[in-house]
Structure formats: C-alpha cells, structure tokens
Design a protein. Structure first.
Length: 171
C-alpha cells in the first residue's frame, strides 16, 4: 500500500527520542532502529565495550542481511561477487563496508557518526554535532494516531494491511 504523505517510514522518529540510522551514501537505502526508552540506561558510552557500539554492529549486520536478499537495481554495484566472497559471512562484511551509521538524539537536537562509509568498524565518537535548525520535538500525538480523524482512519487501514505481511528472521 502506498503512503500518500510519505510519513509512515518516519514512525520510529515520532515515537522514540533516540535511534540508530543506517544508510548507504548516495542511495535511497535507509534503515532506522529506535533505541527503546526503557533500555536507554543500558546504552552507556563509557563501558567497555560500549553497549551502543554493540547495538550499532548488530544493526549493521541485520541491515546487511536484508540487503543481501534485496533486488533493488541501485544496489547492484554494491552487491558482493559470490565467487570472490563465497560465504554469507564474507558477503555481509562486504555489505557493511559502504554503510554509514549515525546515532541520533532528536530531543537534544544532536547526532554523531558511529561508522563512516568505507570504514571496517564502528567506533565510539564522543563528538556530537548540534542541529539547532531541527524543529522542536512534538508534544502532542500526530493526527494520524488519533482515532476518529481522517488521518487516523487512513493510518488504521494502513496498519491493518501491514499485519498481513509475514516476516521471518533467519540466522
């Protein structure tokens, strides 16, 4: 089902104050993994190894596994050669190389890069980039989440259609 407003993919950004965003520069590929508020105390920067880095690594691997099965034409030149990289582990490592990972703290209007494109590993950066131009965090529920409104009804239909999609995580 097509989203006329293009807002459904930003749902984690509405519900959660912090998230890890994975993308491949110069492509439309982007994945957002929210950091659950009840777990935020667990994602410490100063513990070795930092829990946030561990989470970012798992996010990278999850995204790489999804992209390895993708048929998007814009990802064709990123796809690892199966003769050169015969195992899934090596293919995942090659998928991870062009990816970039950002940790976003939307409430405080700042972000930091945990992995640059072409880098092999994530690293903890204590340098935050401030984004004062970001609008203030909303204090009310979006109309599409309020029952009885036109947007709410459209949202409910979209959510019900999404239930029919079955996902299976394979390790």
């Amino acid at each position: 089902m097509n989203d006329p407003n293009g807002t459904e993919r930003d749902i984690p950004k509405v519900f959660f104050g912090e998230w890890i965003q994975v993308y491949i520069p110069n492509t439309s590929v982007q994945a957002t993994y929210p950091l659950p508020p009840e777990q935020m105390d667990c994602f410490l920067d100063f513990v070795y190894p930092p829990n946030l880095i561990f989470f970012a690594k798992s996010v990278l691997e999850t995204t790489a596994r999804l992209l390895n099965n993708s048929i998007l034409p814009e990802l064709a030149h990123f796809r690892p050669d199966k003769r050169k990289f015969p195992t899934l582990e090596k293919q995942i490592r090659e998928w991870i190389r062009p990816m970039e990972v950002i940790h976003v703290n939307r409430v405080e209007k700042k972000s930091r890069i945990l992995k640059y494109s072409k880098a092999d590993k994530c690293s903890m950066s204590f340098l935050w980039v401030k984004h004062p131009e970001w609008p203030d965090w909303p204090t009310t529920w979006p109309d599409r989440l309020i029952k009885g409104t036109a947007d709410g009804e459209k949202w409910q239909r979209w959510a019900n259609d999404r239930r029919n999609v079955k996902f299976k995580l394979v390790k």
